[in-house]
Design a protein around this ligand. Structure first.
Ligand code: NDP
Length: 246
């Protein structure tokens, strides 16, 4: 479904981003993966993508640093010649009740989740406009739509991504650039592994589909949004949450 396409995925060495990278690779895309570190684990993820037959390169970049983002995006465009698809997936949590959140807890979450998404999109938008096509997929969260106690900073960052997604869709639709967001519910990754067994059981009992999601559940939607099968969809926020927020 993605033969000949070049995709940039932020946070593509672990969790949801890595599942998206693997699925895109299986579907013929070339991949530029952005992560904060190039360690043994990141190399293992890159090798797996290579074994799937993809041309893949790892770029170390902190998405909250606008200058780093600008230079890495130039490097990616020079290395691959073009970018067709951008997946803004990098994200963190720093959960606590509002009075206990430090300034850094608030800054880091807004800077990485929201401003990072804006910086990376801003860096590639000119090339999308120039080539008259581009496809942006932002990973928001169901928490950005429904709110959640203990996640005021995170929910605000993810709600911000919703507004950003709709605005980019309106600003660049006429240039054939699409922008959509995915709002996952609870997905089994390192981000959610801090939940106790009791919390997981309680969660499952509340979910219509009675299970936590898998990274692959999100990747399947990302593939659809990245492909021409979704060519008349832009400005949408689609939940992958097992019915958590109906
Ligand atoms: P993980 O913690 O498993 O992975 C996070 C990824 O983001 C890592 O690859 C990490 O790179 C990267 N990253 C973090 N900070 C930065 C940064 N400053 N610059 C560049 N890359 C960075 O998270 P998930 O896979 O669970 O989450 C992926 C996305 O999905 C996030 O945006 C998250 O908010 C969202 N989401 C997750 C849900 C869940 O239940 N898991 C639910 C709803 C949304 P590195 O390996 O180098 O640290």
């Amino acid at each position: 479904m993605l033969t000949g396409k070049v995709a940039v995925i932020t946070g593509g060495t672990r969790g949801i981003g890595n599942a998206i990278a693997n699925l895109f690779a299986k579907n013929g895309a070339s991949l530029a993966i952005i992560a904060t570190r190039d360690n043994e684990r990141a190399q293992k993820a890159i090798n797996t993508i290579k074994e799937l037959g993809a041309d893949v390169r790892l770029y170390v970049c902190d998405v909250k640093d606008a200058e780093q983002v600008e230079s890495v995006s130039e490097e990616i465009l020079a290395d691959f010649g073009k970018v067709d698809i951008l997946v803004n997936n990098a994200g963190i949590t720093r959960d606590n009740l509002l009075p206990s959140l430090s300034v850094m807890d608030i800054d880091d979450v807004i800077d990485i989740n929201l401003k990072g998404t804006m910086f990376v999109t801003r860096s590639f938008i000119r090339s999308f406009v120039k080539q008259r096509h581009g496809n942006i997929i932002n990973i928001s969260s169901v928490v950005g739509l429904m709110g959640n106690k203990g996640q005021t900073n995170y929910a605000a960052s993810k709600a911000g991504i919703v507004g950003f997604t709709k605005s980019v869709a309106k600003e660049y639709g006429r240039r054939n650039v699409r922008c959509n967001a995915i709002a996952p519910g609870y997905i089994s990754t390192e981000m959610t592994e801090e939940l106790s067994e009791a919390q997981v059981s309680e969660l499952k009992a509340q979910l219509p589909l009675t299970r936590l999601g898998l990274p692959e559940d999100v990747a399947n939607l990302a593939l659809f949004l990245a492909s021409e099968n979704s060519s008349y969809i832009t400005g949408e926020v689609i939940k992958v949450d097992g019915g958590m927020y109906v």
